[in-house]
Ligand binder design. Structure first.
Ligand SMILES: [Zn+2]
Ligand SMILES: [Zn+2]
Length: 376
């Protein structure tokens, strides 16, 4: 489903009249694909709207145009920003005749820096194209800016994508033992990982998710199979005279003699014989880190000893300068750092709050995992 960000939602300036109000003079044959053509680095989704505003400012103030040139802009996270939209003629395809013939959809993709479109972006491009077709309407052509105009736009990666049919990325095939889950509204990857006894990193890797902070409603995620049930085989060892289970295990980092016995179905009294071939199980991962429980009374403008722990956690994650004095008071510095944590991890931010200074239990747990548990 398209994640359409209206002009009001991204804070667009009003377009200049009369030029910005010019409507299409004929039916559109389809969509022309564009890229930025400048250096671009990926950023948190919370900063994408500001980037679209900067493009509009460049087009209006730098180029003297009546509005942002594009019909729509698509960010790396797959959101579609309304530019001139479906009714008003774009100014991006090269000349008035070309502008009149196709919509113009621009990917926030650079000529340097971020040059490969993430899957989420290609989904967003498809969303924008299908939105134009269904609601413009327009024909089913998907072409490049460069197809009728001398330009490098939209660059090699999107050129390859358009030439290959401008398709949605293929869905990853879940490996044996994996489970699938459809993301529901308001659900975070962290919650899904908790429920299935997995980790955000494992699910993201199995599902091909680039940015775990941005998962959309309806996305199908893959929870990889548990590694606990059957220890994977990582090697074999032939027992020699004088060996013991504990002696062998002592030479294998991360493997206990009990695990070695279990992997080879050896039970008490744990007899092994020379020449016997043992399966060496994979080293078990370190015990998962358990964050401390969320402290009651930890809230802005109140005083509690646990505020100091929260400040240390924020410092460790670089959301709070190390120079700030730790104090039981959840004061302005703690609130500012908490707001910065929420901006970086918007899935823990209260709905509708742009500057959330109050940490909740899930944000608290996630921050501690990041700070002290290696992200686990
Ligand atoms: Zn272009
Ligand atoms: Zn974005």
């Amino acid at each position: 489903m398209i994640d359409l960000i209206t002009r009001a939602q991204w804070g667009a300036r009003p377009f200049r009249t009369p030029n910005g109000a010019t409507r299409y003079g004929r039916a559109r044959a389809g969509v022309k694909v564009h890229y930025l053509g400048t250096a671009y680095s990926d950023r948190a989704h919370s900063q994408c709207a500001a980037y679209v505003r900067a493009i509009q400012a460049q087009h209006m103030d730098g180029n003297g145009w009546s509005d942002i040139a594009y019909s729509f802009v698509v960010c790396t996270h797959g959101s579609v920003y309304e530019g001139r939209g479906l009714e008003r003629r774009n100014a991006a395809n090269g000349n008035t005749s070309l502008n009149d013939a196709h919509y113009a959809v621009c990917a926030l993709l650079g000529a340097s820096g971020l040059t490969e479109p993430p899957d989420a972006m290609l989904h967003g491009m498809r969303d924008a194209i299908e939105h134009c077709r269904a609601n413009g309407p327009c024909g089913d052509e998907v072409a490049r800016h460069a197809d009728d105009f001398a330009t490098a736009c939209p660059g090699p990666a999107l050129t390859a994508w358009v030439r290959a049919g401008a398709r949605r990325p293929t869905v990853a095939v879940p490996p044996v033992g994996a489970r699938q889950h459809v993301m529901a509204r308001g659900e975070t990857l962290w919650e899904v990982a908790q429920r299935f006894g997995s980790t955000v990193a494992a699910i993201a890797a199995a599902s091909g998710i680039v940015n775990p902070d941005v998962v959309r409603v309806g996305d199908v995620v893959i929870i990889p199979g548990s590694s606990q049930a059957v220890p994977p085989v990582s090697g074999r060892y032939t027992v020699r005279s004088g060996d013991s289970l504990s002696g062998i295990a002592a030479g294998i980092p991360g493997v206990s003699w009990q695990q070695l016995a279990q992997a080879n179905r050896i039970s008490s009294p744990y007899v092994i014989r020379p020449g016997q071939v043992l399966t060496i199980p994979a080293a078990s991962p370190p015990a998962p880190y358990t964050p401390p429980p969320f402290p009651r009374g930890l809230r802005p403008n109140s005083s509690t000893p646990s505020a100091v722990g929260w400040q240390r956690c924020l410092k460790r994650l670089s959301f709070m300068p190390g120079s700030v004095q730790e104090h039981p008071n959840y004061g302005p510095a703690t609130q500012e750092a908490t707001a910065r944590f929420h901006n970086a991890h918007p899935q823990f931010r209260s709905v509708g709050v742009t500057r959330d200074v109050a940490v909740g239990s899930q944000g608290w747990a996630h921050a501690h995992r990041l700070a002290y548990g290696g992200g686990r």
